[in-house]
Design a protein around this ligand. Structure first.
Ligand code: DGL
Length: 271
């Protein structure tokens, strides 16, 4: 199975696109709902929690794990790839969502001014900025933290009138910082659930970059370039779900994210 990890429900927006792009593969989704949100947690805590989750997915037979969480990708991916994987099993792989997203930016932006909205953790890590400066030094990025977005989504308030207040506030603020922004990256996998409200308050010429499509396409490309990993991924078209919180709670909200019924099993971390 391909392991897909997020602090909570957000990674389901990535899983959905992976299932659409690569329907034959088997997926094992893990949401650390009991400890979500990760967005305001320190570097060390996000790293510890993410490593525990990766190990749980490895223990269940995943050879490839996607961190479908920007916060975990920003704060834990590099350490896991460089320090932990060589000790755990150098043949396994852990990939994140930031690099594939940044790789797309020159293709979609004409002004070369990018806006990024994300959790405080992702913004304070400056992972997007560092990746962009390394790859496309002529491009500019304005990073803006939206601490209220994940709680709104996790509490099923994304469609409520109350959410409009925070969406307008954050969008107005980032557009005020750089009026030349023509592409807005939703740098948190929860944010697609707020996409219609974000669209409502964003100037019409500013494009929203869909991260799910990009990550799914990048995974397809990765698997075609790495047959040694691809041949270890089973292909029966199944998806299983794990959560560290109550499965009933997970099933209800996950069904809204995915638009179909979900049955999750509860696990405890660390195992
Ligand atoms: N969905 C996650 C992300 O992409 C994190 C949300 C959170 O736990 O704060 O950043």
């Amino acid at each position: 199975m391909i392991g897909v990890f997020d602090s909570g429900y957000g990674g389901l927006t990535i899983l959905k696109e992976m299932q659409r792009r690569l329907p034959k593969y088997d997926y094992l989704y893990l949401g650390d709902n009991a400890r979500a949100p990760y967005g305001s947690r320190s570097f060390d805590i996000v790293y510890d929690f993410t490593l525990q989750a990766v190990k749980a997915l490895f223990n269940r037979g995943c050879h490839l794990v996607i961190l479908a969480c920007n916060t975990a990708s920003a704060k834990a991916l590099r350490s896991i790839q460089q320090n932990d994987l060589p000790l755990i099993d150098p043949a396994r792989r852990v990939l994140g969502v930031i690099r594939p997203t940044v790789e797309q930016l020159p293709e979609v932006s004409s002004s070369r001014h990018i806006g990024l909205i994300a959790t405080p953790g992702t913004v304070n890590s400056h992972s997007y900025r560092m990746e962009l400066e390394k790859m496309y030094p002529d491009m500019t990025i304005t990073e803006y933290a939206c601490p209220m977005f994940v709680p709104l989504v996790e509490n099923n308030e994304a469609d409520s009138p109350g959410a409009d207040y925070f969406v307008k506030k954050y969008i107005d603020a980032i557009m005020k910082e750089d009026e030349k922004i023509d592409t807005l990256v939703l740098g948190c996998t929860h944010y697609p659930l707020l996409a219609s409200k974000i669209r409502k308050y964003l100037p019409a010429h500013v494009r929203i970059l869909p991260q799910g499509d990009i990550v799914a396409e990048s995974l397809a490309d990765y698997l075609s370039r790495h047959p040694e990993i691809d041949c270890r991924c089973t292909k029966d078209g199944t998806t299983q779900f794990l959560t560290t919180e109550s499965p009933e709670k997970f099933n209800t909200l996950a069904s809204i994210f995915l638009g179909k019924d979900v049955t999750a099993e509860r696990i405890s971390l660390p195992e």
